[in-house]
Design a protein around this ligand. Sequence first.
Ligand SMILES: Cc1cc2nc3c(=O)[nH]c(=O)nc-3n(C[C@H](O)[C@H](O)[C@H](O)COP(=O)(O)OP(=O)(O)OC[C@H]3O[C@@H](n4cnc5c(N)ncnc54)[C@H](O)[C@@H]3O)c2cc1C
Length: 454
Amino acid sequence: MVTVATAVSVTTRIDTDIVIAGCGPSGALLACLLARLGYGVVAVHAAPRPARIEGLGQRTIDVMRAHGLVRALSAVDKPVRRRAHWGGEAGDYNQEFIVSRDTFDAALIEDARSAGIVCIAGRCGTIQLDETGCVLDIETDDGSIGHVNARFFVEARGRAAPRVRSGGLHGPKTTGLIREVAASGVPGTVIEGFRDGWAWFVSSRNQAFLQIFVDSTQGLPKRDGLAAYHEQLCGHLKHIPQISRVNCTGPVISRNAMSLLSPDLVAGCSLRLGDAAVALDPLSGHGMFAAFGSALAACATINTILQQPGNADLAQKFYSDRAIHAAMRNARIGRDFYRLETAWRDQPFWAARSQWPDDEPAHEPAGSLPASIQHMPVVANSLITEAPVVVTADHPRGVWRVDDVALAPLLEMVRRSDRTGANELVEILAGQLKVRPIQVANALNWLRSAGAIS
Ligand SMILES: Cc1cc2nc3c(=O)[nH]c(=O)nc-3n(C[C@H](O)[C@H](O)[C@H](O)COP(=O)(O)OP(=O)(O)OC[C@H]3O[C@@H](n4cnc5c(N)ncnc54)[C@H](O)[C@@H]3O)c2cc1C
C-alpha cells in the first residue's frame, strides 16, 4: 500500500490508495477506519462553516466513542432537554447533545489527521475515473493546484456533492432557514409544527438558534428578503416564543434540507458516502448517525473491492441495498411523523410530506411473514462475504449475528429441538455453539421479538 507524508503545503501530485472528497462525519470516520486497515488516505475538505448547530442522540455519541473520534467527542456539549409540541401533544423526549458544526468539523479533521490521514484544505475540482482508479484535481486554500492519484474515489461532500441529473429519489423541496437569536432561558431544544412548516429552537451554553423548515418548491424570497420572511414565519410559532424571547440578531443562513437518495451509490472504483448517498429529512435528527453508519458499511465494501476483486459485485450489492433500505425506511418513518400532526394536514407543506415516499408501512409487523434462512452479504473482519442469515418481515436484508451468536444455525437447532424447557434449551444450545448461555438467551430473545420463534 502507498504511504504519503502527513503534512501538505504546496501540493503538486500525491499518490495514495483512497482519496475522499469531504471530511465531515462520514468522510472523517471512513478515513480513520481505512487508515487503521493500513490504507493510505487523502481527504480534501472545504473550510468548516459557522452558524450550523445540530443535535445528536446517545447512539451517535456511542458510535463516535466506539471508533475513537475523541477530538470530535470533546467538541460535543453536555446533553440538554429535548421538548416537542407535535400532533396536539407536548412532552419531553430524551436528551440531545448539541454541536456547533464549525468546531465539531474542525475536530473531526484533527481526528483524521491524528490517524495519519493527509487532510487538505481546498476545493475538489474535476474527477477522472477509469477501471484502475482516479485522478482528482484540487485547488488548495493557499491557491495552488494539485492532483491526487488514487486506486479508489469516495464522494463525501454531503449535500454539496455534484448530483447525477436523472434517477434516484428525492422528497419535497425543503429549506432550513437558520438564524441566531438572543439566548435566554435554560439550555435545551424545542420542536414545533406550524401551518407552513416546523421549527427547531436550540439554546446551548451561550448561543441560541432558531431553524425554520419550509417548502421551497415555489422558491423563497431573495437573500435580502430572508430576514423579514424568517420574522414573518416566527409570528406563526406558539410554543417556542413562550420558552424564549425570540430576538433575532444574525443574518439568515439557508440550508437545503430535502430528502435524497442518489442513484449512483457505488460502481467500479468509486462510492458515494453519507449525505452524498442518502440525505435524510432533518426532522429525523438521525442524519449524523446515518452518516457514521454509512462509513462503517463503506469501509468493508471498499476493502473487499480492493482486496478481493472477485467479491466486488457482492460488496457493491451489500452497499447499495443497505443504502436504499435505509433511505426508504427513514423516509417512511418521517412520513408517519408528519401524519401525526393533523392540525394542518390539508396545507401544502403537510399534505406533500404525509404522502412521500409512498403508502408502504415503515415497519412490517413482527411475524407477518414466516422467518426464512437465506444467503446474504454480511460484514466479517472488515470484508463482505456471504453467510446464512435470518430474514424476517421487518428485516428483509437479514440478520446474521446477535451477541456473537450466528442466528441461522441457532434457528435451525431450535426448530429441530424437541425440548420445551427454556432454561434447559438455552444450556444445551450454549454447549453446542460453545458460547455463554446469556449470549444464547439474547439471540433467542431477538428471534422471539422478530416473530421467528414463539
Ligand atoms: C438544516 C439541517 C439541519 C440538520 N440537523 C441535524 C441534526 O440536528 N442532527 C443530525 O444528526 N443531523 C442533522 N442534519 C444532517 C447532518 O448535517 C448530515 O446528515 C451530516 O452532516 C452528513 O455528514 P456527511 O459527512 O455526509 O456530509 P457533511 O457533513 O455535509 O460534510 C461534507 C464535507 O464535504 C466538504 N465539502 C463540501 N464541498 C466541498 C468541495 N467543493 N470541496 C471540498 N470539500 C467540500 C465539507 O467541507 C465537509 O467536510 C441536518 C441537516 C440539515 C440540512
